[in-house]
Every structure is written in C-alpha cells, then in structure tokens.
Design a protein around this ligand. Structure first.
Ligand SMILES: [Zn+2]
Length: 113
C-alpha cells in the first residue's frame, strides 16, 4: 500500500455549491433560510413561517462567491503543499461517478478493489 493521502477535488461539487449559494434566500424578518433549488417557499419571495420578504444575502452574490472560491483554492493549495512535505498526495478528479473515483483511489493507495 502506498503511504499517502487521496484528496478528492470535486469540480462538480464546486459548481453545484455555487448554484446552491446563489439560490439561497433568507427571510428579512425572522431569518429563516431557504434555497430555491431544494427548499423553496410555498409562495415565491415570501417566508412560509412569518410572511416576511425573502432576500439574497450580500455574501451570496456571484462576485462574493468568486472571491470566496478563490480564497478557498488558495487555502487548499497551501494545505496540499504542507501535506506533500509529509506524505505523497494524490489528487483525484471526484467529478466522475463514485465507483470510478473509488477505484482510482484504491489503485493509487494500493488497496484491493
Ligand atoms: Zn420569516
């Protein structure tokens, strides 16, 4: 078995995470959180709980998300650099189907299929 770490980097998850963040809405009155993808209010733009108006948060604009993703990538790159000094690090494209990703990780780590 290889003495290393498998680090899945999920491009698909980043994209869907961005979509989810851009779809987030918050009630301006009670603070209840909604998501237009998977947690829609019964009436568009209106809080189910208190009837307040739903708004996008300032931190969920495309520009703010791009800045957060860039910060995250820099943090991950720094973390990978630190890890690479201690052990081999394998980067795996986790945007593929789970069985393919699992098989690649097992192969990289020298684990049985
Ligand atoms: Zn509300």
């Amino acid at each position: 078995m290889a003495d290393g770490l498998a680090c899945p980097l999920d491009g698909a998850a980043r994209t869907s995470g961005r979509d989810r963040a851009l779809s987030r809405r918050m009630c301006g009155d009670c603070g209840l959180d909604y998501n237009l993808i998977g947690g829609r209010p019964r009436r568009e733009g209106v809080c189910d709980s208190c009837g307040g108006r739903l708004e996008a948060r300032e931190v969920d604009t495309p520009e703010a998300l791009t800045a957060r993703i860039d910060d995250h990538r820099e943090s991950i790159a720094a973390l990978l650099d630190r890890l690479r000094r201690k052990a081999p690090v394998f980067v795996v494209d986790a945007s593929r189907d789970p069985d393919t990703v699992q098989e690649e990780i097992r192969t990289l780590l020298g684990l049985p299929s």
